[in-house]
Design a protein. Structure first.
Length: 449
């Protein structure tokens, strides 16, 4: 036997900090200078046409269906001071107990295809069987484009029942629906060429796990409170052919439904919104989808993949404070995400299929992704232990924690996958600090004679 290791580095800050700038990288790259001037003009014209079309549609939606559905006023819930103590510093605090924590998984843009990438479906079945069994999430969010729905040439679009059957059979054979709550929603590919929701070609209604179109509000209940998961379904009905449904649309009626869900979520500890489209590709009437979801800690989505590798990380922050966390695709990049609420602070790691161990530092939370408006960030200053989730297909032998390059010690296992290590947060109360976690696992080396 021999030992292998993996590490994760994250920046932390104990004082409250102002919202971080968007994380998405610049579109400027060496790829563009290689294009001809003519191609650049064509691309620019297409982009300009798309933007103009989006603006026109947005103007139409601004007055659509408002006669009987007046614009809602969205008021972000206010936090109070209780017994002289700010809400964001109230106990319980992260410590050495296995409490006030749960974790869940997101996967997006799976694109099960009858024509392309023969490993895509088998890998996804292994993900449902092995990866989910190792992580044991309470919930899995599959945020759209479950199937590819393209012709063999990739130019046209068509709903292939065999793709939907393959997806359905993977869920059935892996028995993943018996081991976790699986919520799979539609993406634009899942709505290609669907003339109506009652169409015989609407295979989502027949083969998906939840078999339910439209937005909805799911509440995850725990012994320490409720957590809202609000789906924003902006897919088009009827669903046009490719490529005419790249943008999602929410009309006033749909926005009013979502505003109602937002009001309901005020009784939950925290709320997560999720959908297929990025908010930049959703057309919605006043006050806009970002304002409606402004009380959420984060919005989880897919859709843009990694823009052909140009933008492997697409994370941003709305001006209202909500994090928008687009996840890279499963289709070509085999990406998935593990998220955790630990004492109502959201942490996550974007991961690659079969890269183990998988590490999520839940306390202290990374400074870049703090959302002080809705998260009790003061609990970090009062915490007694660093907390880490470590998932591995092989036994974990050691978990080491360093801050600013100095080894703090070996974390202790409370009960897998949670590891904790005592710390004094006041020692890091000024400025930004870097935390690194290294997990060592046992690997077996087979010798052939």
């Amino acid at each position: 036997m021999c030992n292998g290791d993996i590490s994760q580095t994250s920046s932390i800050s104990l004082p409250l900090i102002s919202p971080a700038a968007p994380v998405a990288r610049s579109l400027f790259s060496p790829f563009f200078p290689s294009l001809s001037t003519r191609m650049l003009k064509i691309c620019s014209s297409l982009v300009l046409t798309g933007l103009v079309s989006a603006c026109l549609i947005s103007l139409l939606l601004e007055i659509y269906d408002t006669a009987q559905h007046p614009k809602s006023t969205i008021i972000k819930p206010t936090r109070r001071t209780v017994r002289g103590q700010s809400w964001n510093s109230m106990p319980p605090y992260p410590g050495a107990q296995l409490d006030n924590i749960f974790w869940f998984v997101q996967v997006s843009d799976i694109h099960i295809s009858r024509f392309h990438d023969r490993r895509r479906a088998p890998d996804f079945e292994k993900f449902c069987t092995d990866t989910i069994n190792i992580i044991k999430p309470v919930l899995v969010l599959a945020t759209g484009d479950l199937t590819d729905a393209k012709t063999e040439s990739k130019v046209g679009s068509l709903q292939h029942e065999v793709e939907w059957q393959a997806y359905h059979n993977i869920l059935k054979r892996s028995r993943v629906l018996e081991r976790t709550k699986w919520i799979d929603i539609r993406g634009n590919h899942d709505a290609f060429n669907i003339i109506s929701l009652e169409s015989v070609n609407n295979y989502y209604r027949k083969y998906s796990a939840i078999q339910k179109e439209g937005s909805f509000h799911y509440v995850h209940q725990t012994s320490f409170g409720n957590y809202s998961f609000i789906c924003s379904d902006a897919t088009l009905t009827p669903g046009p052919k490719r490529p005419y449904n790249f943008f999602g649309i929410l009309n006033q009626t749909q926005m009013d439904v979502l505003a109602g869900f937002e009001q309901e979520s005020h009784s939950s500890n925290q709320s997560i919104w999720f959908g297929h489209y990025t908010t930049s590709t959703i057309i919605s009437p006043f006050p806009g989808i970002r304002q409606v979801m402004s009380s959420a800690v984060a919005y989880l989505c897919g859709h843009l993949h990694t823009l052909g590798g140009l933008m492997p990380v697409l994370h941003s922050r709305h001006k209202q404070g909500t994090l928008e966390l687009e996840l890279g695709d499963w289709m070509d990049n085999r990406r998935y995400r593990v998220l955790a609420f630990d004492h109502d602070l959201l942490s996550f790691s974007d991961l690659k299929f079969e890269d183990w161990p998988a590490i999520v530092i839940t306390n202290p939370k990374a400074a870049l992704y703090l959302n002080p408006g809705v998260e009790p960030v003061g609990r970090i200053r009062h915490s007694t232990h660093i907390r880490i989730l470590v998932f591995s297909e092989a036994p974990v032998t050691a978990v080491y924690v360093s801050i600013d390059g100095t080894l703090l010690g070996a974390a202790q296992s409370l009960k897998a996958p949670l590891y904790v290590l005592y710390w004094d947060p006041q020692s890091y109360s000024k400025g930004l600090h870097s935390i690194q976690v290294k997990a060592e696992v046992t690997t077996v080396v087979a010798l052939l004679f």
